[in-house]
Design a protein around this ligand. Structure first.
Ligand code: SAH
Length: 268
């Protein structure tokens, strides 16, 4: 029996929303449950990082609504996305909101759930593989490891200068024994690395930048806080996850025996 056959599963009522994590990009890294949701979708709201091939799982009549931020084009505001979710569900449709990675990690899930709760629409969140996990897998390292890292922190590198509310205390976050996983961080990595070094972190602290994790275009860049600016400039414009901490050094030891030799590794 195929893993994707779930005869005993009852269909959800009309007017239902699934918030599905598509995983990091490779089409076969979505969950089986995510595929099942797509197979029942009448409307799919999708954005850039959610693999396009996944839309092939949908029935022929499914309506696809692109709500991403394609370069140069109009991108839907969060209010518009909330409105689309609610209005399609209120019209009795089964809606999938397909998001890159995991919906609960820097994915505006909170706002969308709030809109659904206010409108009293039934929903299910289907988790996905978040970029930090895909990046660690690509690099052949463990985000936590006995004796090296007893915590992993998911942080955004996007808010450094822009945010008005409380901002991240990077110095406290990047402590020994911690793996710092920075999303949306390439543009400000130089600034971040400088702050960490100014606070006493060794400039030799290892870091990895994994771009397009899980895709054939994946690139793993290895460096240190000292070489961060150069590395980040190279990676800018491509979805990239930065891993900072002692665990990143494990990647070097593993390069020689990496199980996917076709992947590109760049060391600076
Ligand atoms: N919800 C997503 C994150 C969205 S924020 C998740 O759970 O992964 C977008 C950021 O995620 C990108 O700027 C990048 O930092 C990271 N990202 C997403 N896909 C990635 C990939 N395939 N490889 C590396 N980083 C990725």
């Amino acid at each position: 029996m195929s893993l994707l056959m779930f005869e005993n599963q009852s269909a959800p009522p009309p007017g239902f929303v699934w918030l599905v994590g598509a995983g990091p990009g490779a089409a076969d890294l979505i969950t089986v449950r995510g595929i099942r949701a797509l197979q029942q979708a009448e409307v799919v709201l999708h954005d850039d990082l959610a693999g396009r091939e996944l839309l092939n799982y949908c029935p022929p009549k499914t309506e696809f609504i692109y709500v991403g931020k394609r370069a140069g084009g109009h991108s839907a505001s969060q209010d518009e996305i909330n409105w689309l979710l609610v209005s399609h569900a209120q019209a009795g449709r089964r809606v999938v909101r397909l998001k890159g990675g995991d919906p609960s990690v820097f994915g505006r899930l909170g706002e969308e759930l709030q809109a659904l709760r206010v409108a009293q629409i039934s929903f299910e969140v289907v988790p996905g593989i978040t970029a930090a996990c895909a990046a660690a897998a690509a690099a052949g390292i463990s985000l936590t490891q006995r004796g090296i890292a007893s915590a992993a922190i998911l942080a955004t590198g996007h808010e450094c200068a822009e945010k008005t509310g409380p901002s991240l205390d990077w110095e406290k976050l990047a402590r020994p024994g911690t793996t710092l996983c920075v999303y949306m961080g390439t543009r400000r990595l130089g600034e971040l690395a400088g702050r960490l070094v100014a606070q006493g972190h060794s400039p030799h602290t290892p870091l990895l930048i994994i771009s397009n994790a899980s895709l054939p275009t994946q690139i793993i860049r290895t460096g240190t806080l000292e070489t961060a600016t150069e590395l980040a400039a190279d990676a800018e414009g491509t979805p990239s996850l930065i891993l900072v901490g002692e665990i990143a050094a494990q990647n070097r030891a593993l390069l020689a025996v990496h199980h996917r030799p076709e992947r590109t590794h760049v060391a600076v």
